[in-house]
Design a protein around this ligand. Structure first.
Ligand SMILES: Nc1nc2c(c(=O)[nH]1)N[C@H]1C(S)=C(S)[C@@H](COP(=O)(O)OP(=O)(O)OC[C@H]3O[C@@H](n4cnc5c(=O)[nH]c(N)nc54)[C@H](O)[C@@H]3O)O[C@H]1N2
Ligand SMILES: Nc1nc2c(c(=O)[nH]1)N[C@H]1C(S)=C(S)[C@@H](COP(=O)(O)OP(=O)(O)OC[C@H]3O[C@@H](n4cnc5c(=O)[nH]c(N)nc54)[C@H](O)[C@@H]3O)O[C@H]1N2
Ligand SMILES: [Mo]
Length: 689
């Protein structure tokens, strides 16, 4: 008799789907489908996770520990035992820690978003060791900090409510590709007569299906929002009662935006002033009005302030009054996560010789090469593939090539990063281990029960760090917690929003105990210091930032850096490819076949003078490096901008490079985030390889 196991999608995506895994008599998983009863998942999965079995049972899975035999990066390994692997790591870590434990750096991100496999035993281990702390900025910190300045926390509209909105702005997001279950709701809203507007330099799969597509230059969204506020206030399309009761700093805001005429914003954004005015009028008059703001617009110099500025819009027009009005960036702040219990920062040794040091993951290339003092002597990578995904790959690759850098990688596959490992450890996939999840898109907690036994000698991350802790001699009881024990600590049990682990484990998923319908700020109650929506932020002011919404231009754009643009005139963005998930799935045959080959979308007006025809092989370059892709000449991308769907594995892309060969390690204005989409390049046709 086959059985059904309740699971959760572990991937870095706002949808965090509830899964049902069918396991046959022989203990083999034979089917993965979306739970039809879970409101967000509603029985559908994306093209990637619908084929999750091809990932788990891929012949390319790493199934036993290995040590390097070739040169760094060559990817030649020899099988060893778990004992040898763990002893080698513990011996090296102890020797380095005796010199300075901060010379050891964990490097992890969201390969799995589960707390057990991605945010507990690993953190306890590195805290206890006194290793360098990692600032996990690679995705969302710019927006998180910007949003918090205005709203106070990562709290916004409930995803399901978008269905009831009449006007929906999809701003810097591509839900058809990267938030599929929101897209299902948006289509429902559209069928009910809602007007959909997409703001994106690229006519994305989503923009194509909206009523209106506005294509600003990358990194100019704050200018657009400031001009919208200019029109809203000038034409009195604002909710004075809401502003009076629940906001802070309106007069200063009004003064600030008075200077942001639509004409001025038009010059910055490349949009028509009339389009900006029309958008503001729609936003000021159609109710309920919802904004889905996403990560695409924060990967530029001014990303933090762009989000901070856009987040002011709903309060200005009182959109929060209705559950289907407001804005959603991330829902993660709704969850009562007990990170102190999970991560145990208190284990960090207080040693005045080695004061805490934090390393920003977004500039790992420079950190490995020069900037860190003490220098990094060991790096332990798990749940991430930095050699492919971090900006300025030449530097990253050079850093990982250092002969004196001891590199441990925990992986399911032999990624670009795994090639640089000294010790390469096989990790389980989501079907083989236990976990507990929140979502950054919806309001449900989820549990993931192991459906099958680990393949080969693969082990869960949690178990690997548990075993390493033993070898290091760590005797604190928390290092003996089993996975279910950790899962039970994830959400504060005393918090009335959360559901107890035994119930969650049994049910598979549960909505947080929050009001339904959910209108978090219908009567104020913002999570800011003032409890109001802060148009004026003393918090930002104290940190030395502009306290008011502001436009911070890109580091690299024709307007902000004409000298650079004279050599590299095109602004490159590299948003997610539909069939990849960051660099995950980008090694599996089905998805490689679906993506075809690395592409560069370029407008006919930019292609023509360069002699570029559709299908031509191109070299895309700037001072940081170069990579190759094949031209897709199309009006879907605005002129002046090119787009390279990402993230290809370097070793599978044809030339050993990917888009991050040209991206920069410069950081955002707030939150220390990366600036992947703030990148000038020049493009030229080249002969086929
Ligand atoms: N299939 C798939 N799904 C994914 C991912 C994936 O790789 N593949 N990645 C996951 C992860 S980690 C994340 S963070 C999210 C990311 O997903 P999103 O938050 O949707 O962000 P991006 O895909 O980076 O960008 C979305 C859109 O923003 C546009 N954009 C780029 N620059 C700008 C700009 O300056 N202004 C504006 N207005 N728009 C701009 C891009 O052209 C793109 O169409 O998706 C998650 N879901
Ligand atoms: N040019 C460009 N670069 C980008 C972006 C972009 O849009 N353009 N997007 C950026 C964004 S938004 C993000 S979030 C980052 C994402 O960067 P990463 O978080 O590094 O994401 P992935 O590339 O998917 O790599 C995750 C790795 O974790 C592994 N993994 C999954 N589950 C487990 C597990 O249980 N145990 C272990 N040990 N390993 C596991 C997977 O096999 C995979 O190789 O990339 C960033 N880089
Ligand atoms: Mo991300």
């Amino acid at each position: 008799m086959s059985k059904i196991v309740r699971a959760a999608c572990p991937h870095d995506c706002p949808d965090t789907c509830a899964l049902l895994v069918t396991v046959d008599d022989d203990g083999r998983a034979v089917k993965v489908r979306g739970d039809p009863d879970h409101p967000t998942t509603a029985g559908t999965l994306c093209t990637k996770v619908a084929h999750y079995l091809e990932r788990t049972y891929s012949p390319d899975r790493l199934l036993f520990p290995q040590k390097r035999v070739g040169k760094k990066g060559e990817g030649r390994f020899e099988r060893i035992s778990w004992d040898e692997a763990l002893d080698t790591i513990a011996t090296r870590f102890k020797a380095i820690a005796a010199y300075d434990p901060r010379a050891i750096l964990p490097y992890s991100y969201a390969g799995t978003m589960g707390y057990v496999q991605g945010g507990s035993m690993d953190r306890r281990f590195f805290h206890r060791l006194g290793a360098s702390l990692l600032e996990r900025t690679i995705c969302s910190t710019a927006g998180t900090v910007g949003y918090a300045a205005t709203i106070g926390a990562s709290v916004g509209m409930e995803l399901e409510e978008f269905e009831n909105a009449r006007l929906i702005l999809i701003w810097g997001g591509n839900p058809v590709v990267s938030n599929l279950h929101l897209w299902n709701r948006l289509q429902q809203a559209k069928r009910r007569g809602a007007r959909l507007v997409c703001i994106d330099p690229l006519r994305s799969e989503t923009a194509e299906k909206c009523h209106l597509h506005l294509a600003p230059m990358p990194g100019t969204d704050a200018a657009l929002a400031l001009a919208m506020m200019h029109v809203l206030i000038a034409e009195n399309l604002i909710d004075r009662d809401y502003i009076e009761k629940y906001t802070l700093g309106f007069d200063a805001l009004a003064e600030r935006v008075a200077a942001w005429t639509p004409a001025r914003a038009a010059a910055e954004t490349g949009l028509a002033a009339a389009d900006i005015i029309a958008l503001a009028r729609d936003y000021g008059s159609i109710r309920p009005a919802a904004i889905r703001i996403n990560y695409g617009l924060q990967r530029c110099a001014g990303g933090g302030n762009a989000v901070r500025t856009i987040a002011c819009l709903p309060a200005l027009v009182g959109a929060w009054r209705e559950p289907a009005g407001g804005i959603l960036l991330s829902a993660s702040g709704n969850f009562p996560v007990d990170s102190k219990a999970l991560e145990r920062p208190d284990l960090y040794p207080e040693n005045s010789r080695f004061p805490r040091r934090a390393i920003n993951m977004s500039s790992i290339g420079n950190t490995l090469l020069e900037e860190a003092s003490p220098p990094i002597r060991a790096i332990c990578v798990y749940n991430s593939n930095p050699v492919a995904i971090a900006p300025d790959s030449a530097k990253v690759q050079q850093g990982f090539s250092r002969e004196d850098l001891f590199c441990v990688v925990l992986e399911q596959f032999q990624t670009d990063t795994a090639d640089y490992a000294d010790i390469l450890l096989p990790a389980t996939t989501q079907l083989e281990h236990l976990d507990v999840h929140r979502s950054y898109g919806h309001l449900y907690m989820l549990s993931n029960q192991p459906a099958i036994a680990p393949l080969g000698e693969a082990k869960p991350n949690s178990e690997i760090f548990r075993l390493l802790a033993q070898r290091m001699g760590y005797s604190e009881p928390c290092f003996a917690d089993d996975d279910a024990g950790i899962a039970a600590q994830a959400f504060a049990a005393t918090d009335q929003r959360s559901v107890a682990w035994p119930t969650l484990a049994d049910q598979g998923w549960a909505r947080l105990n929050l009001p339904q319908p959910y209108a978090p700020f219908a009567q104020g109650g913002f999570k800011t210091p003032s409890g109001r929506c802060e148009f004026f932020s003393e918090t930002l002011q104290r940190q030395g930032h502009d306290p008011l919404p502001t436009y911070v231009p890109p580091h690299e754009s024709p307007r902000s850096n004409p000298a650079l643009a004279a050599r590299f005139p095109l602004a490159m963005i590299s948003p997610p490819a539909r069939h990849f998930l960051n660099s995950s799935f980008a090694n599996l045959p089905r998805f490689l076949k679906a993506e075809g080959r690395p592409r560069l979308l370029i407008h006919p007006d930019d292609a023509r003078p360069r002699g570029i025809e559709d299908g031509r092989r191109l070299r895309i370059a700037n001072d940081r490096g170069a990579f190759h892709a094949w031209a897709e000449v199309t009006e879907r991308i605005r002129s002046g901008v090119v787009a390279a769907p990402s993230i290809w594995w370097r070793k599978l892309s044809g030339d050993g490079e990917n888009a991050n060969a040209v991206t920069s390690q410069a950081l955002t204005d707030l939150g220390g985030g990366p600036t992947f989409y703030d990148c000038l390049v020049e493009v030229a046709p080249v002969a086929e390889a």
